[in-house]
Design a protein around this ligand. Structure first.
Ligand code: ZN
Length: 302
């Protein structure tokens, strides 16, 4: 089976993760712009981060046979630094239209402050203007109310729910998200929140339409193999392969494919891996390592 992980912060993951993901069948990833664990203090940090996402990280993924896309936005936490947020808003139009940018994200609410609300709304307007999907981060505290509010505000700004991916859903939010025509994404967190077993039950109950899963793996304790592992569990629990494919591949492709920047042929017709390639003179190889050729989904050829 082939998988897309439509929310994973690869910039903070290792090359071992890339190798393991490719071997497990992950063919494409979407990396939303988010915060770094501590606040940025200058506009240049945002600029370099966005450049990194569309530049070196994309190259690094390609060296392991994985196609890398991103969404670009001002995350909710850092929207609270209004002086800096103003500068970021001026920067965003320069990045959202770059090749391989499949949406505006991840944006939305964290503590649901007035500043978060302001920059969420401004970015919804930006997404509408450039006709890109929106990837919404829903708050971890006050989840239900925050999710409902995120959707209400998106509708207030005239966004088509079919262009909006509401992320980090749970059993409490999924019905409302589906009822209103939005995409319902689920993050598979290790140990807490949405465990694999719970996700299996949700898919059994709601079916596959407009539902898909991601790992949201980042610099915290997280599992970049959450998508393939959950797919395997779903199959073991008797969910049909067609349904599993929809929630781990086709729905993410359809949702973010609306950007016009995410095409299945990007990976189906890709060139073989060539680790002798360099990005701005930089290779992923260290100390005389031999470049790896094509990596098949079940074997690494050295
Ligand atoms: Zn994230």
């Amino acid at each position: 089976m082939r998988y897309i992980d439509p929310h994973v912060h690869m910039i903070s993951r290792t090359t071992d993760d890339y190798e393991a993901m490719r071997q497990a069948g992950v063919v494409a990833v979407i990396e939303p712009a988010f915060w770094m664990g501590q606040p940025r203090t200058q506009i240049g940090s945002f600029q370099d981060y966005y450049s990194h996402l569309i530049g070196f990280e994309r190259f690094r993924a390609s060296q392991f046979g994985i196609r890398h896309y991103c969404t670009i936005g001002l995350n909710s936490k850092e929207a609270n630094n209004e002086a800096l947020a103003e500068e970021v808003m001026e920067l965003l139009p320069l990045f959202v239209c770059k090749e391989g940018v499949v949406g505006v994200g991840e944006i939305g609410y964290d503590d649901q402050t007035a500043a978060e609300d302001k920059y969420y709304r401004l970015q919804l307007e930006l997404a509408k203007e450039v006709n890109l999907p929106v990837q919404i981060h829903t708050p971890h505290r006050d989840k239900k109310q925050g999710t409902l509010r995120s959707m209400a505000v998106a509708l207030e700004h005239g966004l088509d729910p079919a262009m909006v991916i509401v992320d980090h859903n749970n059993e409490e939010t999924v019905q409302a998200v589906l009822d209103q025509g939005f995409w319902a994404a689920f993050t598979i967190y290790p140990h807490t929140k949405m465990g694999n077993e719970r996700m299996t039950e949700i898919v059994k109950h709601y079916g596959p339409e407009r539902i898909f899963i991601n790992s949201a793996a980042d610099w915290g304790i997280s599992d970049p193999l959450a998508v393939p592992k959950t797919a395997r569990l779903m199959l073991e629990r008797g969910i049909s392969p067609e349904t599993v494919e929809q929630v781990t591949y086709y729905n993410a492709l359809a949702a973010f494919g609306q950007s016009g920047q995410l095409l299945e042929t990007d990976w189906l017709a890709a060139n073989p891996i060539d680790q002798s390639l360099k990005y701005s003179g930089n290779s992923i190889l260290r100390g005389g390592q031999i470049p790896v050729g094509e990596v098949a989904s079940d074997s690494v050829i050295r």
